[in-house]
Write a protein that binds this ligand. Structure first.
Ligand code: GDP
Ligand code: MG
Length: 176
């Protein structure tokens, strides 16, 4: 199978099955990103109630992507012990809520179930005029203060697809 990924936690984690949890505030673009990765097309989404699950094959990995509704932030933690990675999606044009994002992120990085899992932060909606750059978002989120090796940052647009695959590529390297 040509799989050279180390064993990580989570059900089905042996080999190259990875469960990835999408986190982020409502309207960040999680569902759009999920479908863009899945189908490579931009769809109008309806707010997620509950859970969207999609499975894709990426290189030699099977990625199961779980999109938990952003409104149900208290429920996120029920998924933590079952995942191999987290993609946190951020609306880069939503300056008003960066402080809330920062708070959520600071909780996520110290969650007992998530200490060892790779985290990819996606500064989404880069196609929007007025969107903050990757550097600006990372400064507002105080990324430098987070001492964690397996945390990476990438910018993207779930609408155009720019940066999406590069982000996934970076994430996949964290499992090697
Ligand atoms: P979720 O609540 O995080 O699942 O967010 P959605 O995926 O439902 O997206 C919320 C809104 O933002 C929808 O109107 C999407 O079409 C829009 N959206 C998501 N990603 C992008 C993006 O990269 N660029 C633009 N312009 N709009 C986006
Ligand atoms: Mg959604």
């Amino acid at each position: 199978m040509g799989c050279n990924f180390g064993k990580t936690k989570g059900e089905g984690a042996a080999g190259s099955d990875k469960k990835i949890l999408f986190l982020g505030l409502d309207n960040a673009g999680k569902t759009t990103l999920l479908f863009k990765i899945k189908d490579d097309e931009f769809k109008d989404t309806v707010p997620t109630v509950g859970l969207n699950v999609e499975q894709i094959t990426y290189k030699d990995m099977t990625l199961t992507l779980w999109d938990v509704g952003g409104q149900a932030r208290k429920l996120w933690k029920h998924y933590y012990d079952k995942v191999d990675g987290v993609i946190m999606v951020i609306d880069s044009a939503d300056m008003d809520r960066m402080k809330i994002v920062q708070d959520e992120l600071s909780k996520i990085v110290v969650e007992p179930g998530l200490e060892t899992v790779p985290i990819l932060i996606m500064a989404n909606k880069q196609d929007l005029e007025g969107a903050l750059s990757q550097t600006e978002v990372s400064e507002l989120l105080n990324i430098k203060e987070i001492s964690r090796k397996n945390l990476i940052f990438h910018s993207c647009s779930a609408k155009t697809g720019d940066g999406l695959w590069e982000g996934l590529e970076k994430l996949s390297k964290l499992w090697i």
